[in-house]
Write a protein that binds this ligand. Structure first.
Ligand SMILES: *[C@@H]1O[C@H](CO)[C@@H](O)[C@H](O)[C@H]1NC(C)=O
Ligand SMILES: *[C@@H]1O[C@H](CO)[C@@H](O)[C@H](O)[C@H]1NC(C)=O
Ligand SMILES: *[C@@H]1O[C@H](CO)[C@@H](O)[C@H](O)[C@H]1NC(C)=O
Ligand SMILES: *[C@@H]1O[C@H](CO)[C@@H](O)[C@H](O)[C@H]1NC(C)=O
Ligand SMILES: *[C@@H]1O[C@H](CO)[C@@H](O)[C@H](O)[C@H]1NC(C)=O
Ligand SMILES: *[C@@H]1O[C@H](CO)[C@@H](O)[C@H](O)[C@H]1NC(C)=O
Ligand SMILES: *[C@@H]1O[C@H](CO)[C@@H](O)[C@H](O)[C@H]1NC(C)=O
Length: 472
């Protein structure tokens, strides 16, 4: 699971799209250099951005709220970041959501961008090129006016927002980095923390038998899959789209389950969420209701696991089968291969697990194996220390005006910034929060800690804006 974890993060976000969201904007295009760092080439292409100035006084706008788009179609982020819109209304800000190059419709080489026979097309797919796109776009939108700009982002978008403020403090007055795991890199964070947090969420959501059952299930699956009759039984019980025919299939199925557990923990929101796969409120608890008794009998355990999994795969009752082999089944808007490429150049996030203190199978982080796979697939060699070199890793003492918010129920909080290096970096902890719950539009079921976090965030952002005008 370690290579593609962020793509999974993305599909879990999809699950969390709220049905009632209705945000409106104009879709515009902006031309950017293909390579911001070369003086030899004039090549350019267009990125998309979403624009709404209805809240602002058009002749005299007060500020710009700029969402630093992450790994997917930007419209989807606009619809899932209701807090940006709610606060823009209050602050009378212009709202901009910028699409990340190589995602959505912002493809530098159009439909040929990911052509496997042209690996050179991937050369401009970096965080630095992306931040330059955003810096140029903001400069264009400001049009010579003195206007404070606040960066917003969730997850990888939050990482970009934080790094944007660190590198371009003259362009953005501050950044809200929600659930941004900027420390999920080599040498900064233990590789097993993600799986430990996920385990603890399953351990406490209903009762401890839940994670214990999951921990025992791997052996139960292997036992059952040892015979042809057992393989068939497994396929039938779980309604798998494709049968389990061999050890590879079984491994893929178990990898799929590990991903599901991470996705459930990330989207463990206190209210129903509904988009491509509807989920009930508190989905981990719903899942664990089926696993409240510790099963001594392996066949019993497998049956209960199948019932539990349906909470994730079939809450609507309309999913014909579990597509454990198709990693892109979740969405038409997501290019999960985009994230795979980024994790093969800069976004090298180590993941591992220890079966003796988590519900996961033991797995190690093997950079050599990851590198070989990346080279074979994209002709890319990962640089695991690139991000730390450029953005400082844990050394954030020179940074300012960033809010790092983290929900403690979110497995990504393990790689988040939880302690402030100085009094200009604000840490907001949401004990009952899953993955960037604070960035979503407000909901009556929001726990008090989320309501409180949004109020604090609004106050800090308001201060950044007034400070800008004070020193103008
Ligand atoms: C901007 O948002 C407001 C409030 O949702 C909406 O009424 C307006 O139509 C939007 N403007 C554009 C250009 O979409
Ligand atoms: C770059 O732009 C200049 C000025 O427009 C033009 O003369 C030149 O031919 C262009 N170079 C390339 C490589 O396209
Ligand atoms: C990829 O590029 C090659 C070489 O230009 C071309 O022949 C092929 O049609 C392209 N493939 C796709 C899927 O566009
Ligand atoms: C766990 O399961 C066992 C066996 O079914 C049961 O006796 C025990 O009460 C369960 N533990 C909890 C905390 O419910
Ligand atoms: C989903 O639920 C429906 C209705 O209960 C059932 O017919 C179908 O087999 C289920 N699909 C899966 C994948 O469990
Ligand atoms: C992704 O979806 C496309 C279109 O449905 C399909 O052709 C392709 O096989 C899928 N990819 C994988 C890895 O399953
Ligand atoms: C796994 O955890 C156990 C118990 O905490 C520990 O003794 C062991 O060294 C760990 N293994 C690895 C590979 O870290």
């Amino acid at each position: 699971m370690y290579v593609y974890i962020c793509a999974l993060l993305f599909s879990s976000l999809l699950l969390a799209t709220s049905a009632q969201s209705k945000f409106e904007y104009e879709i515009k295009e902006f031309q950017v250099p293909l390579d911001h760092f070369s003086f030899l080439s004039n090549a350019s292409f267009s990125i998309r951005y979403l624009y709404n100035e209805s809240y602002a006084d058009k002749s005299n706008p007060k500020s710009i709220f700029f969402y630093t788009g992450n790994e997917g179609d930007i419209e989807w982020f606009a619809k899932n970041s209701g807090f940006v819109w709610e606060l823009a209304e209050k602050e009378r800000a212009i709202v901009v959501f910028a699409e990340h190059r190589y995602y959505g419709k912002s493809l530098p080489f159009g439909s040929d961008t990911f052509n496997a026979s042209k690996p050179e097309h991937l050369a401009y797919f970096t965080v630095e090129q992306t931040l330059e796109d955003y810096a140029l776009l903001i400069t264009f939108l400001r049009n010579g006016r003195q206007l404070p700009v606040v960066a917003f982002g969730g997850s990888y978008g939050g990482m970009l927002a934080a790094w944007f403020r660190i590198k371009y403090p003259h362009i953005v007055v501050g950044a809200l980095a929600a659930s941004a795991p900027i420390l999920q890199f080599e040498g900064l964070t233990p590789c097993d923390i993600f799986n430990e947090i996920t385990t603890s969420v399953f351990n406490t959501a209903y009762n401890a038998n839940c994670s214990a059952n999951i921990g025992k299930s791997w052996h139960a699956f292997e036992t059952m899959a040892a015979t042809d009759a057992g393989k068939k039984q497994l396929g039938d019980k779980f309604h798998l789209c494709e049968p389990i025919k061999n050890g590879d299939d079984l491994n893929q199925f178990m990898d799929y389950l590990e991903d599901v557990y991470a996705n459930l923990a990330m989207s463990n929101y206190p209210y129903n969420t509904n988009f491509l796969a509807p989920l009930p409120a508190n989905p981990v608890r719903q899942f664990c209701l089926y696993l409240k008794d510790l099963h001594a009998d392996e066949a019993d355990l497998v049956s209960s696991m199948a019932s539990a999994l349906a909470v994730y795969t079939n809450y609507s009752g309309s999913d014909p089968c579990v597509d454990y082999k198709n990693s892109n089944a979740s969405s038409a808007t997501v290019d999960s291969s985009g994230w795979e490429i980024q994790s093969c150049n800069q976004m090298v996030m180590p993941f591992c697990a220890n079966s003796s203190n988590t519900m996961y199978r033991t797995s190690t982080w093997d950079l050599k194996k990851v590198s070989d796979k990346c080279y074979k697939k994209f002709q890319l060699t990962p640089k695991p220390f690139d991000i730390v070199l450029r953005y400082g890793g844990r050394d954030l003492v020179a940074a300012s005006n960033i809010i790092f918010s983290n929900g403690l129920l979110d497995p990504w909080s393990g790689g988040g910034v939880l302690m402030s290096p100085n009094d200009r970096i604000h840490i907001i902890i949401l004990p009952e929060g899953a993955h960037h719950l604070d960035l979503r539009q407000s909901n009556p079921m929001d726990p008090a800690s989320v309501v409180d976090a949004r109020q604090k965030e609004a106050a800090i952002i308001g201060q950044w804006i007034s400070e800008f005008y004070r020193y103008l």
